[in-house]
Design a protein around this ligand. Sequence first.
Ligand code: DLL
Length: 456
Amino acid sequence: MSAHLQDRNASKGNPRARLLGKPAHFFFEREAETMPREKLERLQLQRLRTTVRNAYDNVPLHRERMHAIGFDPKDLRRLEDLRALPFTLKTDLRDTYPFGMFARPREHLVRLHASSGTTGKPTVVGYTSRDLDIWADLMARSMACAGARPGDVVHNAYGYGLFTGGLGAHYGAERLGATVVPVSGGATERQVVLLRDFGARVLCATPSYALNIAEVAESEGVDLKGSALEIGLFGAEPWSEAMRREIEARLGLKAIDVYGLSEIMGPGVAVECEAQDGLHGWEDHFLFEALDTATGQPVPDGEPGELVITTLTKEALPMLRYRTRDITRVTREPCSCGRSHLRIKRVTGRNDDMLIIRGVNMFPSQVEAVLVGLEGLAPHYQLVVEREGSMDRLTVEAEAAPSADAREYPAIAARVAHQIKSMIGVTAAVKMRKPGEVPRSQGKAVRVRDLRPKGS
Ligand code: DLL
């Protein structure tokens, strides 16, 4: 354990003696996490061949696409040969709804999850018991990477149900050897009491819900900063560095970013280590590419691109070059933690959430980065997008801090508009909201109210 964490424990009067003297970096599967690149690539190739064969033999859509380009699974001799394969899109899952992409008969599946989607049919994903076993391992690995340890109390406020967050984190925490508190989202006053009384060291939640928990704790007079909480495992939605600092300060923990998506597995595809410097993507189970969305060609490391993921060990739902729509940057620079797996940088947003305001491309999370921490503001906001003639118009609804005097609102709004213009380059109207007026999240926050006519 690092001196830093020891200090924190001491200052919190938290006698976790069993942790003292343990290394700062705790590995759940040391060999897999630190595998030398050459060995990792041999393993990837072997697993990729099995995956492509599985997709070809068992999923008509994949077989037909390979036939159409004259690709035979036997042609796959090097990892680079993957680039010859067509992409898989979210619409493929919708078009084959509900079970058409499964490579195993429905009777062999032990669980289904689904995402509601904003329009039309949900996206359905399925798992064999081996798929669930690997998911639990990867989520346990992710939690350990974030700093969780066997014996910890893990308070799981991700929603349980068709969403993969709740059950994904749940089985990962159990696999790690932690004590899970399966609270799900909602009933926030009770969450605060349980966090304090059960001595949770780890909180799993969306970042927006974590902030909601912090706010309710403060209003109830419960000091979570002085509690046993040390680690937040936050993901499922874009968030900014500014939001990270805000949550860390208000909950007294280290906020770690965790990424995943149902189509690929669920949470635990990539996670930050205690260095908080990019998310390790578990390359022994997934292949990561970052591509130019328009051309489909790879972007150089460090440049923003769309994340494209191929699964290497999934049985029920093998995914070949899945276009996630998530924008990130990939780095292969070594990390101080010793893990050999590449890192992706914070996902700034999905390319379909990108707004084009008077010709300037922007993500809602960029506005968050400007707002959070500005004097006179609370870290709650929504963006409203409307159509004005042929132009899109953006209004930022920013909530005033409880301490701000209502007479100062116009001045605060002017300051916010100026900051948004100078940092992002867009002109936005700013509307001040009174404390508590911006809706609070219990899961994935709704950041944008899009009032543009459909199909425009
Ligand atoms: O959100 C899985 C998950 C649960 C991840 C809990 C992390 C924690 P879906 O509901 O299928 O699955 O949504 C996946 O959410 O394509 C991203 O757009 C977004 N997303 C997930 N994690 C992050 C993150 C889960 N850390 C979609 N940062 C993804 C930014 C994220 N966006």
